[in-house]
Design a binder for this molecule. Sequence first.
Ligand SMILES: NC(=O)c1ccc[n+]([C@@H]2O[C@H](COP(=O)([O-])OP(=O)(O)OC[C@H]3O[C@@H](n4cnc5c(N)ncnc54)[C@H](OP(=O)(O)O)[C@@H]3O)[C@@H](O)[C@H]2O)c1
Length: 292
Amino acid sequence: MSAITQVRNYLIVGGTAGIGKAVGQALVKQGSVVTILGRTQPKDFPEATFIKGDLTLARDAKALGVSVDASKLDTIVFTNGITGPAQRQVTAEGIELDLAVSALSRYAFMDGVLSKTGNQRFGAQRSPESAFKPRVFVWGFPGENMTATVGDLNAEKKYYAADSHHNTVVVNEVLVTYLAERDAGINVYGVKPGLINTGLPTKYAAMYLGSTVAHSIVGPLVNLFIPSPESYAENSVLPIIASPELENQNKALFAPSKAIIPSNPFLVKDGNYQKVLDETLALLKRAYDAKI
Ligand SMILES: NC(=O)c1ccc[n+]([C@@H]2O[C@H](COP(=O)([O-])OP(=O)(O)OC[C@H]3O[C@@H](n4cnc5c(N)ncnc54)[C@H](OP(=O)(O)O)[C@@H]3O)[C@@H](O)[C@H]2O)c1
């Protein structure tokens, strides 16, 4: 695929650390203009414009999406996320914390962005050189054929951190198709990074193996064998993120090898795509409407 050949304008939601920050730094080196959104401004990325924002509450995420000037953006990247706490926690809007921060916040943010019309519309005031539709990239973990607890995405009946995290993965796979179908003027892609050494893999391991094993055994192995976010950004993300070839690959999910990941069998059977989408949008509405 082709490398970036002209200046691009990116917003990275969750670009203050980890993969998002490394992707932003690699893009800046290539001559792109980058804005990052998160709670904490990193000290080592002065080239980026920083927007301070907490995405825990859906209403705040939507308000942030309304307030950003998306009209000059070529691309919005979502790399925000957490792993689930051992015990269920809920936001003030009544949403399980991992689902809220890692998945629902992205729906809410895009609700805000896509509410703008005319010359405030996402991408409306880009350089006339922009040869492609405005793009959205959704980082997650597609391709593992994960399932979701349909009917209990909010883990009100039963909470297990790993299951709830799988829910966030599936809800993000659904987001790719949902956004692409909601707005024919944009292209949307999902991205699976594989394991990248950001601190998150050790937290994942703790969800399955417990904190002691994760930190004493998995952590040191991660440091030895898993790629750094910087090398991942350079080698796997830059070659695709502004590629003209993606123009014809709307809704595609990309593996670390850049190959396209087939649809999750769980989502294509038993109407599960629609069930997950309906339940997610109902939770989003509930979050917006919550009296807090
Ligand atoms: N690393 C991996 O091995 C791996 C594997 C599979 C999938 N992924 C996916 O890739 C994405 C990025 O992962 P990562 O490893 O880069 O994660 P990370 O290093 O933990 O970074 C997460 C980002 O999310 C932001 N964030 C967290 N809570 C937030 C909140 N309440 N409000 C606003 N921003 C918030 C953080 O910024 P602040 O702290 O400044 O708010 C940070 O910029 C995630 O979607 C993850 O699920 C990662």
